[in-house]
Write a protein that binds this ligand. Structure first.
Ligand code: GDP
Length: 297
């Protein structure tokens, strides 16, 4: 499971302090040294680790903690609150446009899980929010992507808009939005093309689609197994394109978790959903507080 190593180490480092009736500054320092190492080992961005450790220390050696009846517990509470804040604080929901349809552009590198997530999100919107999504196949470069989305559409009994791979993605996206308006679909999820690496042509193309359809949401799909790279990718996409939210995929795998923990602080953009498996129902709204509690046990 994701975060397993990190979780174990963090819990281990907090064990000593947990039951303490008195906590000294040295106790907090010792604990935070271990916490720091655990986070670095889990591939959390070093700047993020530094700030986290300082923030916790500052609060944990304060009066409010030291003078409390259960200082050990209070220190742990501070760690939990700071981790929640690092993961994004309040849960961040998917945009809803006041004017139907809400347009969502799905972007990300090839293999990150973009097409799968498009299907998952469509199902989520229908099942949990009673919405009618249209999926649009605008990935004209990966040979199997259009077919993959059409197959997903059949499986989920969800409409898919496609014009083959000889038409420009901008045109596909624009027409898809028109079609959704005509058919009274209230979401359009545009599956765009990825590349193996961030590349100028791709960014230009995504930028053109964005200008054409003015999406309410640009969701970056990020593979959480790719560690620090995932954070760099997110930074690049955000700088170049302006994303509005992130979906971390493959959190069901044995990722060390660093990307999920750093990505909000580094980009300022919230994680909105977590991919928890290959199946279409394996998508969960991301709850920073629950995730922090899960990690800290
Ligand atoms: P795309 O190139 O970004 O469109 O990527 P795909 O949607 O084709 O996904 C690439 C691979 O990742 C596929 O084998 C998916 O089944 C798998 N995948 C996507 N999301 C998840 C997830 O949350 N968990 C797991 N375990 N696999 C996933």
């Amino acid at each position: 499971m994701a975060f397993e190593g990190l979780s174990e180490r963090l819990q281990g480092s907090m064990k000593k302090i947990k039951g303490k009736g008195k906590v000294s500054e040295q106790d907090v320092k010792d604990m935070m040294r271990e916490v720091r190492l655990a986070l670095l080992e889990a591939d959390v961005n070093f700047k993020v680790v530094k700030k986290f450790v300082n923030d916790v220390k500052e609060r944990a050696v304060g009066q409010e903690v030291m003078d409390s009846l259960t200082p050990g517990q209070q220190v742990i509470k501070v760690v939990n609150e700071e981790l929640t804040s690092l993961l994004g604080g309040e849960q961040s929901k998917l945009a809803v446009s006041s004017k139907s349809p809400t347009v969502v552009m799905m972007v990300g590198l090839q293999g990150s899980g973009k097409t799968t997530t498009t299907g998952k999100l469509a199902l989520h919107l229908r099942k949990n929010h009673n919405r009618k999504p249209l999926m649009a196949a605008a990935d004209v470069y990966r040979p199997a992507a259009i077919k993959q989305l059409e197959t997903l559409g059949k499986q989920l009994d969800m409409p898919v808009f496609s014009m083959g791979d000889k038409v420009s993605p901008v045109e596909i996206a624009t027409k898809a939005v028109e079609q959704a308006k005509e058919d009274h679909q209230d979401y359009v999820l545009i599956d765009t093309a990825g590349r193996l690496h961030v590349d100028e042509n791709l960014m230009d193309e995504l930028d053109h689609i964005k200008t054409a359809v003015k999406p309410d949401e640009v969701l970056l799909v990020v593979d959480s197994m790719t560690g620090q790279d995932a954070v760099n990718v997110a930074e690049n996409f955000h700088e170049r394109l302006g994303i509005t939210g992130i979906v971390m995929t493959k959190l069901d795998g044995d990722t060390r978790g660093g990307a999920a923990i750093s990505v909000k602080s580094v980009t300022g953009m919230p994680i909105k959903f977590a991919g928890m498996g290959e199946k279409s129902d394996a998508l969960e709204p991301f709850h920073p507080e629950r995730m922090a509690s899960r990690i800290l046990g």
